[in-house]
Write a protein of this length. Structure first.
Length: 417
């Protein structure tokens, strides 16, 4: 109701309605046009467009999140100009940041103007960007990023090794770095770890480049969160052991695609980082081929994901059951990990083909269970195998959510982790 929006939104300092798809663009125009005192505004995953953003006349913003919306660089520049106190900007997934019908020259001009305005007006502490961003933008943004603490560059953005090296030269205050679908190099990552001595979180996900073990051979006693997803296929137990010494205070660890790891990796992880609160292992060799005895020694775990870590030869010969996760895996985890809130598994790893699900009384602190199911699909890219190689692809996910007095059970036709 537009009248209600007008009456309730006059003196707000914080407005976070991310994901509210039911709020129309017209309603957003009404809502934002009445706001002058907002300091924190989150409109990610809404129907936000240029008209709605232009209607905002406030000048006190410190945090703005417009990720995954339909805004343009011109409209965003308009807000940035009026809000010189902006410290945190998130604009990932904004595919319309640069108009598709514009020429390459005009695209460069439009996006260049946005980053020029940021460089002149703001002293950013947090930046999350994707489409339209390139490492060349760092030159004009230099004044804005000298105090940067967090940077997240995702799909559509292009930081590149040159940009990461330049960023390391511009600031030494980074605490959180997230790179997704970027090109990286040993030299750039080594420079990052060498210069950012207060780094607390590092996420390298689905990146391309010549990353080798050398890039992670730095002592980082401040590092608390580490994600290496599809970037370190060479990782062995020796590398993992070295990491426990170089990064001794890790409490959140995510490894994906480390196919050389094995059952001994569990003990290295549990003894090296006994205070883990989040552990996510996927496609990591045969880490859980003999069960999860050592994982259950990490008593502080709140979040646990184990997927495709049993080393079974089901890719070539369908789903052959053997060693892996016991049927009681979820029950045992719930009873032995007092802080566990969420667990995600895959039926591929179940040695008996299934998992027992806890009753309401047996779930302890557990409130969220996700179990994925795969199906075999012929891999047409395996030219060397004329008979056709089969690989598992995701089919569906069983999601169980408990609240204080009931259980909600849903099957979703996609993968949820």
């Amino acid at each position: 109701d537009k009248d209600n929006l007008k009456s309730s939104a006059v003196s707000l300092q914080m407005l976070h309605i991310g994901g509210c798809k039911g709020v129309t663009a017209a309603s957003l125009v009404v809502l934002l046009s009445t706001e002058y005192m907002l300091r924190s505004l989150c409109l990610r995953d809404t129907c936000l467009d240029d008209d709605a953003l232009y209607s905002f006349l406030g000048d006190s913003l410190e945090m703005l999140d417009v990720s995954n919306t339909m805004i343009s660089a011109v409209a965003l520049s308009h807000v940035v100009v009026n809000n010189a106190g902006l410290k945190h900007l998130e604009a990932k997934g904004c595919r319309n940041l640069i108009p598709h019908q514009s020429t390459p020259k005009s695209r460069s001009s439009l996006i260049g103007e946005l980053f020029s305005v940021l460089g002149k007006n703001c002293k950013l502490e947090g930046l999350a960007i994707g489409w339209g961003y390139s490492f060349s933008s760092l030159d004009v943004m230099a004044p804005a990023v000298r105090s940067l603490k967090s940077i997240n560059v995702g799909l559509g953005g292009s930081l590149n090794p040159e940009g990461l090296t330049l960023l390391s030269a511009l600031t030494t205050s980074l605490e959180c770095v997230t790179l997704v679908f970027q090109i990286i190099s040993d030299a750039a990552i080594m420079k990052l770890l060498e210069t950012q001595r207060n780094l607390q979180a590092l996420s390298l996900c689905y990146c391309m480049g010549d990353l080798s073990p050398l890039s992670l051979m730095y002592s980082m006693p401040t590092l608390r969160k580490l994600k290496l997803e599809r970037v370190t296929p060479w990782m062995t137990n020796d590398h993992l052991t070295r990491m426990t010494h170089d990064f001794p205070t890790i409490i959140e660890l995510s490894l994906v695609g480390c196919t050389h790891l094995n059952v001994d990796s569990q003990q290295i992880i549990s003894s090296g980082w006994p205070g883990l609160i989040s552990l996510r292992l996927e496609d990591c060799g045969s880490v859980t081929a003999d069960g999860v005895g050592f994982v259950l020694e990490c008593k502080a775990l709140e979040d646990l994901l184990l997927c495709h870590n049993v080393g079974l030869n089901f890719i070539m010969h369908a789903f052959v059951k053997g060693p892996g996760l016991q049927r009681r895996m979820i029950l045992d985890a719930a009873s032995e990990l007092p802080m566990l809130r969420s667990i995600s598994l895959d039926w591929c790893d179940a040695c008996q083909g299934d998992f027992d699900l806890p009753d309401f009384a047996d779930r302890c602190s557990l409130s969220n269970v996700k179990i994925s199911r795969c199906k075999l699909r012929k891999c047409t890219l395996d030219i060397g195998n004329l008979e056709g190689r089969k690989r598992p692809v995701h089919k569906e996910t069983l999601v169980l959510v408990w609240n204080s007095n009931s259980l909600q059970r849903t099957v979703v036709k996609e993968r949820i982790t």
